[in-house]
Design a protein. Structure first.
Length: 384
């Protein structure tokens, strides 16, 4: 029955107004390697003659051979010189490869400002990967000043050049409302384009929009199909979203055991929320036998890897000694503080309760009141 439902969900996605690809590969690596995209072939002597006569394509091919040591001794420095000649002659891929050599210091001195200039030149020569890399650098503030305006410009150019990751990186900028007025329809359209092109990360984000009807038609089953696609592609956060759908029965059959297995899969693939959710079900004996010690270990893993809810739940077990050890209020307070600092309102509330008066803590009503306000402002009604 489960396989039938999954197939039905995928079929539904294929027939929607915003169809997605039936299967998407894993998301591309953050940066392409500095090596040429494909092995170069040819006679080095003939290529040099052609390059000397002005064939920038043959200059590029010869440079690639020298970098790889194919048909001639490996010489990255000479390769860089030939790439510069080809780039100056209008060969966009040469500019891109030379930019990556400057980024890594292959055959040349490492020079990030020059990297950015070469990426821009590659982009101007319609090499979409240059637009993409420069856009991501500005978006993330990686090696250059963070500039969302520049990021949007280059990501848009990358998207128009067919770089689906550019569409996928630009889409969320229309959803968060930071650089542009929020436009969920525009964001959804860009994510759909990226998903259709095989960017699995974008498929998962698109699934979340479909689950709520934010900018795209609301359809929980389509969302589940997208999460399934992402989880099968190795994305931990997709497994987490799929598990949540099974736990809640939203777009998929309610199935605690299936949810638990998917949370575990997400946790194993690096999604800290999956570790916390797996621990939560095991602590409560939902979908598996109750095991508080195992739950505590999962909460600790979640907390260490950026899921503040894990810190709170580990703090609760630590404070009470429910995980098998002696109660430790000081350690619990540190865990609550970590969660509160990460803007988890439950963490602020639990820390406030300790400051209100618990054995092992210095009573501080003023601090407690401040923490309760933080909790309330963060949406935790129990802190109000």
């Amino acid at each position: 029955m489960r396989a039938t439902n999954a197939l039905a969900g995928l079929a539904l996605v294929a027939t929607m107004a915003w169809p997605v690809a039936a299967q998407a590969p894993a998301a591309p690596a953050p940066w392409p390697t500095a090596a040429p995209a494909a092995p170069a072939t040819g006679d080095p002597a003939l290529l040099k003659k052609s390059c000397d006569k002005g064939s920038m394509a043959d200059c590029y091919t010869l440079a690639s051979m020298l970098r790889r040591g194919e048909g001639a001794p490996k010489d990255a420095g000479k390769g860089a010189g030939l790439l510069k000649k080809a780039c100056d002659g209008g060969h966009g891929r040469a500019c891109l490869d030379l930019a990556n050599m400057n980024r890594t210091g292959e055959g040349v001195s490492r020079d990030i400002p020059k990297t950015a200039l070469l990426l821009k030149k590659a982009c101007d020569l319609r090499e979409g990967d240059g637009c993409l890399q420069l856009g991501l650098m500005h978006q993330e503030g990686r090696d250059v000043a963070k500039d969302l305006g520049e990021a949007a410009t280059f990501l848009q150019r990358a998207c128009e050049a067919g770089m689906v990751r550019g569409c996928g990186a630009l889409g969320p900028m229309y959803l968060d409302g930071v650089r542009f007025p929020r436009d969920a329809a525009r964001g959804g359209s860009l994510l759909k384009k990226a998903c259709d092109g095989g960017d699995t990360e974008s498929c998962v984000t698109l699934g979340k929009l479909a689950a709520t009807g934010d900018g795209v038609p609301k359809d929980a089953r389509a969302a589940v199909a997208l999460y399934t696609q992402g989880c099968n592609g190795g994305l931990g956060r997709a497994c987490y979203e799929l598990a949540l759908a099974h736990e809640r029965g939203e777009g998929a059959p309610r199935d605690a055991a299936r949810a638990l297995a998917l949370y575990a899969k997400g946790c194993d693939r690096g999604d800290a929320r999956g570790c916390h959710a797996e621990g939560r079900l095991i602590r409560d004996g939902v979908g598996a036998a109750r095991d508080v010690k195992k739950a505590a270990a999962l909460f600790g893993k979640a907390c260490d890897n950026g899921a503040p809810a894990g810190c709170v739940d580990l703090g609760l077990l630590t404070e009470s000694g429910a995980s098998g050890g002696a109660p430790d209020v000081a350690l619990a307070a540190a865990l609550y503080q970590k969660a509160c600092s990460a803007r988890d309102p439950r963490g602020c509330r639990q820390l406030g309760l300790l400051y209100r008066g618990v054995t092992g803590m210095v009573k501080d009503p003023v601090r407690a009141a401040t923490l309760f306000k933080e909790s309330c402002d963060g949406g935790d009604l129990a802190g109000c």
